[in-house]
Design a protein around this ligand. Structure first.
Ligand SMILES: Cc1cc2nc3c(=O)[nH]c(=O)nc-3n(C[C@H](O)[C@H](O)[C@H](O)COP(=O)(O)OP(=O)(O)OC[C@H]3O[C@@H](n4cnc5c(N)ncnc54)[C@H](O)[C@@H]3O)c2cc1C
Length: 424
């Protein structure tokens, strides 16, 4: 990615000369071209980070890729906005005219600039709605739909880059590099975000076979498919599920497997939090299911020690329950499950059985977060050798963050802490 950035900057620099820089508005125009190219390049990179590219996912883990995507996200917006302003200022100076008339001229006369302006508007909308304060107020589905318009924005912006960008107008090599990068990114997105999930869904032909109540507000859905031995999934991973019935087709939701696949059967367990999760209790046997995945780094592949500690908050036990089943022989678990009420503790008997068969220990903490705190002191008391374990945790974000502090407090190195949060 660094190399690509270097080539992109070199493209921008090589299309300038001392003459163009010294001309009226030359510096602003040159900076405008540079910010446009670098901004677009970063945009492609940030798209690739969440394109579900298997090699990247294996190397960095999806959670980390999403974190990088969020961190990188605002930069293309600032840079492309700067590009629009600087180019307008530079062109206005060169024409010895005003900035506003030049902006109007660019949009109405220059080829493809109107489409690029619409693209900039969509980009800014996606940026604003992803801003933490705005995002908290939006439904996930609304935010996601607006985010999808970014693909349209990218397509709208391409033409003006190739027809108007100085670097591309002069050099066929530059044009080939830029188009290659775009086509490469589009190919990765099309194959891994759309093609592969579609192919997998058709291949496995999953259908709901049973829906049962697992606890208060919690539903287990069992699905049957074919050739599930070919679905590469480990205990602790999740898939994005799309139940093919009214109201569920457009949006896929992530749910972890709550058990390892058993022959041709898959199981998920879901707590009703909003429209989608609550509606799963009403799924009818026979409903077709499309899937994307499996994703997630909460698997035994990252274990480096022969002892593990699993910390689960509420329905966060689902991936850990499957992970526990998938632990290699000789890895000894301590499992701590936290729930507000006794009846919210899911899979108690299954957990007790799995823990016992692996020579481990199960601790159940029941009570409100205030009453039953899992701080460093309590952790030391429950798991005196915690610092020597690989730790996996899953639950609501606030809880998981608090546990991370406690784990650091008892000396667990960061690289031995693996977590997944299910949102607020
Ligand atoms: C990796 C992962 C694994 C998960 N595994 C499980 C599980 O095994 N069992 C379980 O009960 N829950 C699980 N969840 C949480 C579950 O995905 C959400 O509770 C569910 O999608 C909420 O949708 P809703 O329409 O019912 O509620 P809403 O009211 O729309 O949302 C409630 C919360 O879920 C978040 N959310 C909504 N839709 C999505 C989405 N498509 N992707 C990510 N977050 C979303 C929202 O931002 C909000 O914080 C998991 C979440 C993630 C990220």
């Amino acid at each position: 990615m660094g190399l690509g950035l270097g080539v992109t900057i070199a493209l921008a620099v090589s299309s300038e000369s001392l003459g163009t820089l010294a001309a009226p508005g030359g510096l602003a125009t040159a900076l405008g071209r540079l910010t446009g190219l670098v901004g677009t390049y970063l945009m492609l990179v940030s798209l690739l980070l969440v394109a579900r590219f298997p090699w990247l996912e294996r190397a960095a883990g999806q959670e980390r890729l999403v974190r990088w995507h969020r961190w990188l996200g605002p930069w293309p917006i600032f840079l492309i906005l700067a590009h629009a302003v600087l180019i307008t200022v530079g062109y206005a100076a060169a024409a010895a005219g005003g900035v506003i008339p030049m902006a109007w001229r660019l949009v109405t006369v220059y080829p493809n600039v109107l489409a690029a302006t619409v693209a900039l508007g969509l980009l800014m909308l996606a940026g604003i709605t992803s801003w933490r304060v705005a995002r908290r107020r939006l439904r996930h589905e609304t935010w996601w739909t607006i985010h999808l318009y970014l693909y349209l924005a990218m397509a709208l912006a391409l033409a003006h880059q190739v027809t108007a960008g100085a670097a591309f107008v002069i050099s066929p090599v530059a044009r080939a590099w830029w188009l290659g990068m775009w086509l490469g990114t589009a190919g990765v997105v099309l194959i891994f975000r759309f093609g592969l999930p579609l192919w997998r869904s058709v291949r496995h032909g999953l259908r709901v076979v049973e829906v049962r109540r697992e606890g208060p507000g919690t539903t287990t859905v069992i699905m049957k498919g074919s050739r599930l031995d070919r679905l590469s999934v480990r205990g602790g991973q999740y898939l994005n599920w799309r139940f093919l019935r009214r109201g569920h087709i457009v949006h896929a939701h992530p749910y972890s497997l709550s058990a390892m696949p058993q022959g041709d059967y898959l199981r998920i367990t879901v707590k009703a939090l909003g429209d989608h999760s609550a509606d799963l209790a009403r799924l009818k046997p026979g409903t077709w299911v499309a899937v994307e995945g499996a994703y997630g780094q909460l698997t035994h592949r990252v274990i480096e020690r022969d002892r593990v500690l699993l910390l689960a908050g509420g329905v966060g036990i689902t991936p850990l329950r499957a992970l526990l089943e998938d632990l290699p022989l000789g890895v000894h678990p301590v499992v701590i499950v936290r729930a507000s009420k006794r009846q919210d503790v899911l899979f108690h008997d299954e957990l007790a059985h799995l823990v016992k068969s692996r020579g481990g220990r199960l601790e159940v903490l029941v009570g409100s977060r205030k009453q039953v705190r899992l701080d460093a002191k309590k952790l030391r008391e429950l798991v005196p050798d915690a610092a020597g374990r690989d730790v996996f945790m899953c639950g609501p974000e606030g809880l998981v963050n608090g546990w991370r502090d406690a784990l650091e407090g008892v000396g667990v190195p960061m690289r031995h802490i693996h977590s997944e949060s299910f949102g607020g």
